[in-house]
Design a protein around this ligand. Structure first.
Ligand code: SIN
Length: 528
């Protein structure tokens, strides 16, 4: 049994930022199912948005762009905190040593700031096209220096320990020893990241199976806005067969490429974004993703082209070294060749409902980063706001969670002795996962209809029912979590009978503020 003041589940930007803040007040344990660095943060290319250029930008402009992208569902107070405190948190990150690209010319301020979809000002700090990696490295280095933070990699949270609506920690599976461990803490912060591995095509790493959201849901936490899944418009077309791409993330071609002048062409060579939005390639992400989907259908193919050659070979190589190298390895010289791209599931706007201090409806349980939802992103996240979200609200939840350190540790009765045999074979679990991914992609994707959604929910509920036992292996735990979060997305998407932001219903194509300018919240108690 492990005891600490604060338990943090997850090792991406929100978890690490929370750990650093919490370590100023007490001892901290981080558990992560893979290792620090195997996270969506690490893969984030584009950058981190913050209004640090006081001459050409302001937090008010950043606020307005975030609200506009969010399609009527942003929480204004949360967005104000994000854009205002975000500037301070980013400056701290720079003081810790994060190296963001510097401006090459006068007029851009000290840092080179780029544009992405729906930003009206250049405000995105970047480190080449590996911004997340630079941030993760900086925070991880600081975390490793703290004697009172202990990191437990290869440890998968199974369930939260709840006594009278109070979280006492979590039960976790040590993947190295296959033993169940109990982690007791005075406060627990979920920072487990996203869930887009439930889709066949996704930019998310293998670890993004919605574990934190599913754990919180089973524990009685409120889950909100699940129907809003953001599809990134441009992931590199995956040429392999279905089976090969299970869990394999699609390689992202950052929106910053379009911010620097990249344009989209359909396979007939026609530039098409002017037809869809006056911001063309830099329209909000949901609009670009749907436009690409439309062009793909019209031209009876499975991709459109992203043309970069006009940016110039030197700038491409300097500004996008990872994209250049990865495409080159796949036989594409992007200084000359077009990149075949298609949308892929990228980010969950919904998740565990929290207030602006990361508090959930369960006492001593907090959530931050992609697994949480406090209305910053509304129905459609503004590009490069997610790293900022993790940084700002990781910090804020840790501040609030640290107030619990004066409390006594609760001691729930935990049965660590459990049958460690798998219930299902690997092949059976693989088939369940595949069925979830295919159903979610085909029926709960970019375009949705009531009939398709109900059909997907039936199929996913069937899998959820089959997984209604205490899972023993990593595969069983993850598949159970995936089925639960997928079912919640289907429920939200069925219930929301309108189109808004990333949620598009072909049978209800209009936004309907009169009936639907509200959040849909689910709780396991409602199900019973
Ligand atoms: C990108 O680089 O296009 C992704 C940035 C984001 O998702 O915010």
């Amino acid at each position: 049994m492990q005891k600490s003041d604060i338990l943090i589940i997850g090792g991406g930007i929100a978890g690490l930022a929370a750990a650093l803040t919490a370590s100023k007040f007490g001892n901290v344990t981080i558990i992560t199912k893979s290792k620090i660095g195997d996270t969506a943060t690490q893969k984030a290319q584009g950058g981190i948005a913050a209004a640090i250029d006081e001459k050409f930008d302001s937090t008010q402009y950043h606020f307005e762009d975030t609200i506009e992208a969010g399609a009527g569902l942003c929480d204004e107070e949360a967005v104000r905190i994000l854009v205002n405190e975000g500037v301070t948190r980013v400056k701290e990150l720079i003081e810790m040593g994060a190296q963001f690209d510097k401006a090459e010319t006068e007029g851009g301020g000290k840092f080179s700031l780029t544009l992405e979809g729906a930003h009206k000002r250049r405000r995105i700090l970047h480190a080449g096209d590996a911004t997340g990696k630079e941030i993760e490295k900086t925070l991880a280095y600081e975390v490793m220096k703290q004697d009172n933070i202990s990191v437990h990699p290869q440890t998968l949270g199974i369930d939260l320990l709840i006594i009278d609506n109070n979280c006492a920690g979590a039960k976790a599976l040590d993947l190295k020893t296959n033993k169940i461990e109990t982690y007791l803490a005075k406060a627990t912060i979920l920072a487990t990241g996203g869930m887009c591995q439930i889709y066949l095509y996704t930019t998310n790493p293998k670890v993004a199976t919605g574990d934190g959201i599913a754990m919180a849901y089973r524990a009685g936490a409120q889950i909100v806005d699940m129907e809003f899944i953001q599809f990134h418009p441009t992931s590199l077309l995956q040429l392999k067969q279905f089976e090969d791409i299970i869990a394999l993330p699609q390689f992202l071609i950052s929106e910053a490429v379009r911010g620097e002048g990249g344009i989209l062409l359909n396979i007939k060579g026609e530039r098409f974004m002017e037809k869809y939005h006056n911001q063309c390639e830099l329209a909000p992400r949901d609009i670009v993703a749907r436009a690409i989907f439309d062009e793909i259908k019209k031209t009876k193919t499975n991709y459109v082209n992203l043309q970069l050659s006009q940016i110039g070979a030197d700038k491409i190589k300097r500004r996008f070294p990872v994209i250049y190298k990865t495409c080159m390895e796949r036989g594409l010289d992007i200084t000359k060749d077009n990149i075949p791209v298609a949308p892929a599931a990228h980010y969950a706007m919904g998740g565990i409902k929290t207030d602006t201090n990361g508090r959930t409806n369960i006492e001593s349980l907090f959530a931050a980063g992609e697994c949480s939802s406090l209305g910053i992103h509304g129905a459609n996240r503004l590009a490069s706001n997610s790293l900022l979200d993790g940084l700002v609200f990781g910090h804020r939840s840790a501040l609030k969670a640290s107030e619990k350190i004066k409390n006594k540790l609760l001691s729930p009765r935990v049965n660590e002795e459990q049958n460690r045999n798998a219930f299902f074979t690997d092949e059976e679990i693989h088939q369940f996962t595949l069925a979830i991914k295919i159903n979610m992609w085909q029926k709960v994707g970019i375009l949705r209809s009531g009939n398709d959604l109900k059909d997907a929910l039936d199929k996913i509920k069937n899998i959820e029912d089959k997984m209604a036992f205490t899972p023993s292996t990593k595969q069983e735990i993850e598949t159970k979590n995936m089925a639960q979060v997928a079912a919640l997305i289907c429920c939200g998407a069925i219930d929301r009978q309108e189109s808004r932001g990333a949620h598009y219903r072909t049978d209800f194509p209009q936004r309907n503020d009169k009936n639907w300018k509200k959040h849909l919240t689910y709780n396991i108690m409602d199900k019973k």
